[in-house]
Design a protein around this ligand. Structure first.
Ligand code: TXA
Ligand code: MG
Length: 345
């Protein structure tokens, strides 16, 4: 029996063998991918999938991504694939692109939250590849964080958030990319970018032509598209531009998330995290979630975040920052909830 939450080095044949066994037996394994750490289970075992939802406290209406190691696995999971979808697969798999495709009956409804479609991704990370191959089953895996919180980009983040709710954690070091995969759906009227990621809109466009960006206001939303997601406990305000300095009020204890090295050291901030001293977007994306977590752990009153240009990878970075900074709807309800309870006394 494996002690819950045990962390094993990923670069070991024995660890992969053990982890694959846990997956085949219906258990949960956190594993590295090139984007973020995933919380994996056998995608075709509804009980195991239910455990993932429970561990993350994830609402059951939020579908999971199914991870595969080779194209042959598509046959059992999805129906016909269009030539344009194939072009995306050929160009970007294995890699950080998730494709939403029409599912086959044997994909459990719990995985897809009852949708007729399933999101599929073939990760490039050698540990993810080895785990899926060794397990011999497709692996359903959301990011390995409690629902709504900042995604994990190293094994310690998984331990911090879900340590006692995971059977095994494969430690493969920090993730190379640091933001979740780009999600594209071509099952509707227009090809749609459901989530920006490190494969950019321009790259997708170059392969399949015009793509619609999913509007935050659309009526059917999945939680990765909820206005508030990837959120810190500390409220976040996005500054008007890089180098803008906020008015830090009175006794407010504030932190700064800077895109690049600030021009001067600013003593109004209790803490400053620099995402990339040279302003490199790849480095910034790689550091984003770990920096947010470090600032959040300080228990400050507010975090101020510098924006970046919404071009290329900048689109994904700003998407995550905006969702993180979006007001907490439950907080907004608090005064009325309080007055409601007062009134009933
Ligand atoms: O990079 C990634 O994609 C990481 C790693 C672990 O692979 N996974 C990840 O999973 O970010 P998760 O569950 O945190 O985000 C998956 C997103 C959610 O927003 C979910 O709603 C959406 O994919 N999704 C899943 N199935 C879908 C479907 N059939 N149609 C539309 N969106 C879907
Ligand atoms: Mg997630």
């Amino acid at each position: 029996m494996i002690p819950t939450g045990k962390v094993l080095p990923a670069a070991s044949v024995e660890s992969i063998r053990l982890a694959a066994e846990v997956i085949r037996n219906g258990g949960l394994v956190a594993f590295p991918t090139e984007t973020v750490y995933g919380l994996g289970c056998d995608a075709l075992n509804p009980e195991a999938v239910a455990r993932v939802f429970e561990a993350k406290r994830r609402p059951s209406f939020d579908p999971l991504i199914v991870h595969i190691a080779n194209e042959a696995s598509l046959d059992e999971l999805v129906q016909a694939i269009s030539p344009a979808e194939y072009r995306l697969i050929e160009r970007f798999w294995p890699g950080p692109l998730t494709l939403v495709l029409t599912k086959r009956a044997q994909v459990p409804d719990l995985v897809t939250a009852g949708l007729p479609t399933v999101a599929i991704r073939m990760p490039a990370h050698p540990v993810a590849q080895a785990l899926i191959r060794e397990a011999g089953v497709p692996i359903a895996a959301p990011s390995a964080n409690p629902f709504g919180y900042v995604s994990p980009t190293c094994a310690q983040h998984v331990v911090d958030g879900l340590g006692d709710r995971v059977d095994l954690i494969l430690d493969g070091g920090p993730c190379q990319i640091g933001v979740e995969s780009t999600i594209v759906s071509m099952v509707g009227t227009w090809p749609e970018l459901l989530r920006p990621g490190s494969i950019t809109l321009a790259e997708i466009l170059g392969v399949i032509g015009p793509v619609v960006q999913a509007a935050a206001s659309r009526t059917v939303v999945v939680p990765g598209q909820l206005p508030r997601h990837y959120a810190t406990r500390t409220p976040v305000t996005i500054l008007a531009h890089q180098g803008a300095r906020p008015i830090v009020h009175g006794h407010e204890r504030a932190g700064l998330l800077a895109m690049s090295a600030p021009g001067h050291v600013d003593d109004r901030f209790c803490a400053i995290e620099v995402l990339s001293p040279s302003g490199d977007l790849r480095e910034a994306a790689r550091n984003l979630f770990a920096a947010l977590r470090r600032l959040d752990a300080l228990g400050l009153d507010r975090l101020y975040a510098e924006p970046c240009d919404e071009r290329g990878l900048g689109l994904a970075i700003m998407d995550r920052l905006r969702r993180c900074a979006s007001p907490n709807p439950l907080k907004a309800l608090e005064p009325s909830l309080r007055s409601g309870s007062d009134g009933s006394r």
